[in-house]
Design a protein around this ligand. Structure first.
Ligand code: HEC
Length: 122
């Protein structure tokens, strides 16, 4: 390989490296953060949904309907991302599930959704 070709290959490799690093960085900063979601959950949701996410928090005993059990595939089967977002943002009318649109940032709602979904996999 000529010296010129080697320099060209090295430059191209360097450029690709920078592009891929930036792409990975961008993807990570956009993704919801379940670790922050756990903090949001502990502060705002545990009292009803319980720290295990199974709907038996200290305030849940006398509630009808009961808080959703996030660990139950049956209870969670119809609840997709769009419904999670709507229910957490706007609440569930006629139940103790209040909306968090005014109390949580949009990014905190995305993060808590990511955390709620981890209960099904545990
Ligand atoms: C005061 C008690 C209470 C608190 C606090 C609470 N929830 Fe709920 N949550 C409920 C109850 C009760 C239901 C069941 C509502 C129903 O059956 O429609 C529910 C249902 C849900 C559902 C299922 C909604 C659906 O579409 O069926 C999700 C998801 C949820 N809660 C997430 C959260 C998150 C996340 C937080 C914290 C940011 C939170 N909840 C805080 C009581 C609570």
């Amino acid at each position: 390989m000529s010296r010129g070709a080697k320099i060209a290959v090295l430059s191209l490799t360097a450029v690709l490296f920078v592009v891929f690093s930036l792409a990975i960085f961008a993807a990570e900063s956009l993704a919801a953060d379940a670790a922050n979601g756990k903090k949001v959950f502990t502060a705002n949701c545990v009292v009803c949904h319980g720290d295990q996410g199974n709907g038996s928090g200290p305030a849940a005993a006398t509630m009808t309907p009961k808080p959703r059990n996030f660990t139950s595939p049956t209870e969670m089967k119809d609840i997709d991302d769009a419904r999670l977002k709507k229910s957490i943002t706007e609440g569930r009318p006629g139940t103790a599930m209040v909306g968090f649109a005014k109390t949580l940032k949009a990014s905190d709602i995305d993060d808590v959704i990511a955390y709620v979904k981890t209960f099904l996999k545990k």
